[in-house]
Design a binder for this molecule. Structure first.
Ligand SMILES: [Zn+2]
Length: 335
């Protein structure tokens, strides 16, 4: 299947492989090989390193914008749910009856969750759907999840767990080989709607940010990854923000000055905004809602660059493991 043929039907069955260095595929002596795309229906292969790389806030934002553009206004007619229970965080029957007969009012992001705001369609098909007037469909992509909009004729990819057929003839499909993704519905959004906890990093004020981190005894990197504080900041963007602020990942949050926390606040937002502007910077196999690869790499200054020279001072970038996650930093630029 050629690339153009695939794009014509908004494919769901391809993945993008980014082989970023030999080190990551098992060799020594890190050297960036570059980027190549592989068009295949297979799931992720075991050589993808950095297994802790889940789609982060910018990738989810990119996907959400694509879904909002392509699915908002459409009505879900019927839902097919596969037999695998792992991705289902609400019972299959409840998911199906909540989605069927609902119009998609808006698709937005809450932390790393995709949220579909739904309302009862004007004339739902008889016998379909619940009586709830409004509801929310919550999708978390986990590590390898994909959410795509495609024509109903498009080939169904392996590991497809849910298909929502819409009145336009298009389908929303959730595909997830490793099944760390989550599908659920939230039936009473009037009571405040779905809330994953934590504060949105792009909305947090400087004062709020300082209050979240001041006095914490944990390493600042762990605090940045704590989803109960800020939601959606993941490993890549935490490392990049700390580099821009000159703070070592292992430093205790309590030992960071107010001034530095204010700088970190700016850096986190700056890094996330840049990545969103580039369409996310996934290193794994995510596609946007159009089925297009769409993700361009934010030039990582430290993340994934172990052993390579710091772009500022030339010192070799170091990697340490903090709470099971890789952290990358420059020992000269970051104190
Ligand atoms: Zn440096």
């Amino acid at each position: 299947m050629g690339r153009s043929a695939v794009l014509g039907v908004y494919p769901l069955a391809y993945r993008i492989e980014l082989w970023r260095s030999k080190r990551e595929i098992g060799g020594k002596g890190a050297r960036v090989i570059g980027l190549r795309s592989v068009w295949t229906a297979r799931g992720p292969s075991p050589h993808i390193l950095y297994p802790d790389c889940v789609p982060e806030l910018p990738e989810v934002e990119t996907i959400v914008r694509g879904l909002d553009k392509r699915a908002t206004g459409d009505t879900i007619e019927s839902v097919w749910i596969g037999s695998r229970k792992q991705p289902l965080k609400s019972p299959a029957g409840v998911i199906a009856s909540t989605l069927e007969g609902k119009r998609i009012v808006r698709v937005h992001r809450a932390g790393k969750h995709i949220v579909f705001d739904l309302e009862k369609a004007a004339q739902p098909k008889k016998g379909r759907g619940t009586d709830a007037k409004t509801a929310q469909w919550i999708v978390h992509l986990g590590m390898t999840g994909r959410m795509v909009v495609c024509e109903s004729a498009a080939e169904i990819a392996k590991h497809t767990h849910l298909i929502a057929k819409m009145t336009s003839g298009r389908e929303l499909r959730f595909i997830d080989p490793r099944m760390f993704g989550k599908l659920s519905v939230h039936i009473q959004p009037e009571s405040g709607g779905f809330d994953p906890g934590g504060v949105e990093p792009l909305e947090v004020s400087e004062e709020q940010f300082i209050a979240l981190f001041r006095g914490r005894k944990t390493p600042i990197k762990s605090a940045l990854l704590n989803q109960k504080l800020l939601r959606g900041v993941g490993n890549i963007y935490a490392d990049e923000s700390l580099f821009r602020t000159g703070i070592r990942p292992r430093r205790r949050a309590a030992a960071i000055t107010r001034q530095q926390l204010a700088e970190l606040h700016r850096a986190v937002r700056e890094v996330l905004r840049e990545a969103i502007a580039l369409g996310g910077s996934s290193i794994s196999d995510y596609v946007d809602a159009n089925g297009e690869e769409g993700f361009f790499q934010l030039q990582h200054r430290v993340y994934g660059r172990e052993g390579e020279p710091c772009l500022v001072c030339g010192t070799a970038i170091r990697r340490v493991v903090l709470a099971g996650r890789s952290s990358h930093y420059c020992s000269k630029c970051q104190k």
